[in-house]
Design a protein around this ligand. Structure first.
Ligand code: PLP
Length: 407
């Protein structure tokens, strides 16, 4: 009998680790996978490196089923390691179910394909991950229109009407870190019948569980805070059971399930998610305040700054008094200053990712936002002098020193 089924059968009635609705975030981040092999006393999730599972139980003749009540027979559909991650993610998101994909973009493309049909309209926040916008633009060849709106909450709410089928917003926008009132956007979506996807990558479930605020679906690039170590690519969605079943079927057909090794790495990252996120947020705030006082810096963007226009929304919707580990700043020296910074830093590396153990700095103008129309870049203020910094787990004093000498 497959381990997941066996474990759950044997522990029936005395669920050793079935979880409860009242468990706190950190407990779920450690035990939320629910894996327990009674025969071996094993409570760490193994890497089930197998393509196939014997479909029918030799004793009972019944098909093997996973807890999702789907056949366990082929790892493009269901895999016990991946299922364990999905159980933990659904608990952390306070969602009914979750699915893991081999990248954040893979999760998003599955949502597009599963949800949209000819003559539909996607509304995306102007200030969002460039590839999310590019992929939506490619949907035009299937007769699907994309409109950009926002990036402020009020502008988004005003633009959402009954002709919009799918809305995509990021909780904290990239790269200028505006906090969106997800509850207000969700309310508008439900009034007009639009489906709301919240890309919660920058906030992580530590700060916000969009399902609790009325979002239809929560999406993550697991590559970022949830994976957290800059060594794995992955994506996830969380939603109600019916939606997840539909997306599961698309994932089966598209063949983009996460591999068991990656799932293992992310399960290994979960217990430290809140610790890492808390430390990264703390250091980011210290660095944002430090940069504000530096004469080479023109402007600093961080929702945790006392004078940030997004501080009050953050304090209203985030479940913790934290503001994430990413900040942005503009240099008086412009583009040249940016390149000098990338050359001179000793600890911080130039790379467009975020949320991992190593601090990374990037030029949004040249990376994630490079494909935006120049007028949109100008309107948003994504200019050549902008640096986005993802704060890792290094010591704050060492990072200050690194930044100071690089500037
Ligand atoms: N969403 C956001 C906010 C991102 O920053 C990224 C990647 O940078 C993605 C989605 C895509 O995720 P992935 O790179 O894991 O495909």
């Amino acid at each position: 009998m497959a381990a997941e089924k066996e474990a759950n059968e044997k522990t029936k009635g005395k669920k050793i680790d079935g979880g409860s609705v009242s468990r706190k975030f950190t407990t779920d981040s450690v035990h939320g996978h629910e894996y327990y092999d009674q025969k071996l006393g094993l409570f760490k999730v193994p890497i089930y490196m197998t393509a196939v599972w014997e479909q029918f139980d030799r004793n009972t003749g019944d098909p093997r089923r996973t807890d999702r009540d789907l056949d366990l027979k082929y790892s493009r559909e269901e895999n016990v390691t991946v299922n364990s991650l999905e159980k933990a993610l659904s608990k952390l998101e306070k969602a009914e179910d979750a699915l893991a994909f081999n990248s954040g973009m893979s999760a998003l493309s599955t949502v597009y394909l599963a949800t949209l049909k000819v003559n539909d309209t996607i509304l995306i926040s102007k200030e969002s991950y460039g590839t999310t916008q590019q992929l939506a633009n490619h949907m035009e060849k299937f007769g699907i229109k994309t409109v950009l709106a926002g990036p402020e909450t009020g502008q988004l709410v005003e633009s959402i009407n009954k002709n919009v089928n799918l809305v995509i917003v990021e909780t904290i926008t990239n790269p200028l870190l505006k906090v969106i009132d997800v509850a207000a956007v969700a309310k508008r979506c439900s009034e007009v019948g639009s489906k709301l996807v919240v890309d919660n990558t920058f906030a992580s479930p530590v700060l916000l569980k969009p399902q609790k605020h009325g979002a239809w679906l929560t999406l993550h690039s697991l590559t970022k805070y949830i994976g957290g170590h800059n060594d794995v690519i992955g994506g996830s969605v969380a939603s109600d059971k019916g939606t997840i079943k539909d997306l599961w079927d698309w994932r089966r057909k598209l063949g983009n399930i996460m591999n068991p090794f990656e799932a293992f790495l992310i399960i290994r990252s979960l217990p430290t998610l809140k610790l890492r996120f808390t430390q990264q947020s703390e250091t980011a705030k210290v660095l944002a305040e430090f940069l504000e006082d530096n004469s080479k810096v023109r402007e600093v963007f961080y929702p945790g700054l006392n004078n940030s226009p997004y501080r009050s929304i953050a304090d209203k919707i985030f479940s913790e008094r934290m503001y994430g580990g990413v900040l942005s700043f503009k240099l008086k020296e412009g583009r040249e200053g940016v390149f000098k910074f990338f050359k001179r830093t000793r600890i911080i590396k130039s790379s467009p990712s975020l949320g991992g153990t190593e601090s990374l700095a990037t030029s949004p103008f040249l990376s994630a936002a490079s494909t935006m129309a120049p007028e949109v870049q100008r309107e948003l203020g994504i200019s050549e002098d902008l640096i986005r910094l993802s704060v890792g787990l290094e010591d704050a004093e060492d990072l200050k020193e690194d930044i100071e000498q690089a500037l």
